[in-house]
Design a protein around this ligand. Structure first.
Ligand code: HEC
Ligand code: HEC
Length: 447
C-alpha cells in the first residue's frame, strides 16, 4: 500500500512539474523564437501538457496495477514457498488412523474366550511338532516382538529355513499372510508350519489324533466348539486363529498421538511421520496396519503384493535380495507381500531373508529401491543429465534426496509404532537374557 500511494503522488508530481516546464518553455523560449501568437502558445502548451498528462496517467496506472494488485496476483505470480508449513499431514486425516482394538473375526466364527484359551494352549504346546521339541512360540516369541530374532527360522532337527520369522502380533489384520502372501487367512496359514518339514515337521492328522487321545484336550475342544467338537486340523486351525486375533497392539505412541496426546511423539518422530508420507512409504505401507496387504488398507488388502526390489541397485547383490523371488514366477525381481510395520523395531533382522540387521539400513534400502530416492549424508545429490535418444532431449534433473538425518527421523517414527506393552515385555526379556549370560556357567563356578 505504501508503495502504491507513494507512486501515485510521484505520478501527480511529475505531471505538475512537467506541465509547469511546458508552460515556461512555450512562453519564454519557443513562443518568442517561433513568433507564436497567444492562442498558438496555449494550443502548444495544451498539446505538450496532454502528452505529459498521458505519461503521468500511464505511470500511475502501471504502478498502481503492479503494486496494488500484487496482493491479489501473488498466488499466481510466486510459486508456493516450499518451506511454508504445507498441510503435510493433519491428525485426523484419513491416512493416519489408529489400530482398532479388536481384530475382525470371520463370519459365523466369533472369537470366544474358550476358543482363545484353546488356541493359546495349542500355540505354546510342543505336541504340535513331530518330536515334541517345538511350539509355535519357539519361533514366535510373544515376549520378543512375536518373532525369533534370527535372520531365518530354525526348525525341527536344527533345520535352517530360508525365510525370516515374521511377527504374529497384529497378523490378524493381514489379508495376505507369509512373506509371499500365499495364505489368505490365519486359518489357512495355521496348518502350514505344523506340516512344514523344516518347521514343525509333523503330520497334521497325527497331531489331531495325539490330542484326541488326551482327555484334557478333549475338554478344551468341547468348551470351544461344543459337545460335538471334532479334534481335527480344521478346529486346530480355528482355535489357533482365534488366539492370534487377540494378539493386537493398539497401544503404540503413534495411536496415542492420534488420540490427541500430542506429547506421545517426539519432534523427530513427527518429522519422520511427515517424511513417511512425502517420500511415498505410505503408498505401500498404508492404513492403520501400515501394509497394503492389510484388511484395514484401501481395497481391503487386495493390492498387497509388490515387486521388490523394484529398482536395480547394488543392494540387490549385497543382501542377496533376489536369491528368493517370493511369489514371482521367474524374472529378475521378486513379488512380495507388503509387510506391516507395526512393532517393526522389535522384529529384526529384517526383510524376507533376514539379511539386514540395522533398521536404518532397511529404511535406506526402501527409500532407494522402493521409493526411488537417493540418500546422501547431507541430503544433496549431484544434478544428473539424462539424454533420451527417442525424444532427442537433454534433461537436467536434481532429484530430491534424503539425508542421513531424514533416515534417522523415519527410523524414529517406525519406533513409535511399537506397542507400549510389547516394548516393556521385550525390554524385560532382554534384561533377563543379559543377566543370565553374565552369570558364570555352573561348571566354572566350582573350582
Ligand atoms: C521353526 C519356526 C516356526 C515355527 C515353529 C512356527 N512358525 Fe510361524 N512362521 C515362521 C516363518 C519362517 C514364517 C514365514 C514363512 C514364509 O513366509 O514363507 C512364519 C509365518 C507365520 C505367520 C504369518 C505372519 C505374517 O505376517 O505373514 C503366522 C500367522 C504364523 N507363522 C503362525 C504360526 C503358528 C500358529 C505356528 C504354530 C502352529 C507357527 N507359526 C510355528 C516360523 C515358524
Ligand atoms: C513400492 C512399495 C513399497 C514402498 C514405496 C516402500 N516399501 Fe517397505 N516394503 C515393501 C515390501 C514389498 C517389503 C517386503 C520386502 C521383502 O519381502 O523382503 C517391504 C519391507 C519393509 C520393511 C521391512 C519389514 C520387515 O519386517 O522386515 C521396512 C522397515 C519398510 N519396508 C519400511 C519402508 C519405508 C520406511 C519406506 C519409505 C522410505 C518403504 N518401506 C517404502 C514395499 C514398499
Amino acid at each position: 500500500m505504501f508503495e502504491s500511494s507513494l507512486l501515485f503522488f510521484t505520478g501527480i508530481g511529475a505531471f505538475v512539474v512537467g506541465l509547469g516546464a511546458a508552460i515556461l518553455i512555450v512562453w519564454r523560449d519557443l513562443g518568442p523564437v517561433a513568433r507564436l501568437t497567444a492562442p498558438q502558445r496555449v494550443a502548444l502548451v495544451v498539446a505538450l501538457g496532454g502528452g505529459v498528462l498521458a505519461f503521468g496517467l500511464k505511470l500511475t496506472v502501471i504502478e498502481t496495477l503492479t503494486f496494488a494488485g500484487r496482493d491479489r496476483l501473488a498466488p499466481v505470480l510466486t510459486p508456493a514457498e516450499p518451506s511454508e508449513p504445507e498441510a503435510a499431514f493433519e491428525v485426523g486425516r484419513p491416512i493416519w488412523e489408529p489400530l482398532p482394538r479388536v481384530a475382525p473375526a470371520p463370519a459365523g466364527d466369533p472369537t470366544t474366550p474358550e476358543k482363545v484359551a484353546l488356541g493359546r494352549r495349542l500355540f505354546f504346546d510342543t505336541a504340535l511338532s513331530r518330536d515334541g521339541t517345538l511350539s509355535c512360540a519357539s519361533c514366535h516369541d510373544l515376549d520378543r516382538g512375536g518373532a525369533d530374532g534370527r535372520p531365518t527360522a530354525v526348525g525341527i532337527d536344527g533345520a535352517v529355513g530360508s525365510r525370516n520369522t515374521p511377527t504374529v502380533w497384529n497378523a490378524a489384520f493381514q489379508a495376505r499372510l507369509f512373506w509371499d502372501g500365499r495364505a489368505g487367512s490365519l486359518e489357512e496359514q495355521a496348518l502350514g508350519p505344523i506340516a512344514n518339514p523344516i518347521e514343525m515337521g509333523a503330520d497334521v492328522d497325527d497331531v489331531a489324533r495325539r490330542l484326541a487321545a488326551d482327555p484334557s484336550w478333549r475338554a478344551d475342544f468341547v468348551a470351544a466348539f461344543g459337545p460335538a467338537a471334532a479334534i481335527e486340523p480344521a478346529t486346530i486351525a480355528r482355535a489357533l486363529a482365534a488366539f492370534e486375533r487377540t494378539l493386537v497392539t493398539p497401544d503404540a505412541p503413534y495411536d496415542r498421538f492420534l488420540a490427541g496426546d500430542t506429547a506421545a511423539l517426539t519432534p523427530r518422530q513427527i518429522r519422520g511421520m511427515s517424511l513417511f508420507e512425502t517420500v511415498g512409504c505410505i503408498v505401500c505401507h498404508a492404513g492403520p496396519g501400515f501394509s497394503r496387504a492389510s484388511l484395514l488398507a484401501p481395497e481391503g488388502g487386495r493390492a498387497g503384493l509388490r515387486r521388490f526390489p523394484s529398482l536395480a541397485t547394488p543392494y540387490t547383490e549385497k543382501y542377496r535380495l533376489t536369491d528368493d523371488l517370493g511369489a514371482a514366477r521367474g524374472g529378475t525381481a521378486g513379488i512380495w507381500r507388503v509387510p506391516s510395520l507395526r512393532n517393526v523395531a522389535l522384529t529384526g533382522p529384517w526383510l524376507h531373508n533376514g539379511s539386514v540387521d540395522d533398521l536404518s539400513e532397511v529404511v535406506r534400502i526402501m527409500a532407494t529401491v522402493q521409493a526411488g530416492r537417493e540418500v546422501s549424508a547431507d541430503g544433496r545429490v549431484a544434478t544428473r543429465v539424462e539424454w533420451s535418444a527417442e525424444t532427442r532431449r537433454l534433461t537436467r534433473r536434481t532429484p530430491a534426496a534424503l539425508s542421513e538425518a531424514d533416515i534417522a527421523d523415519i527410523v524414529a517414527f517406525l519406533e513409535a509404532l511399537t506397542g507400549d506393552g510389547l516394548r516393556k515385555k521385550a525390554r524385560a526379556a532382554a534384561t533377563a537374557t543379559a543377566t543370565a549370560s553374565t552369570e558364570p556357567p555352573l561348571a566354572s563356578r566350582s573350582p
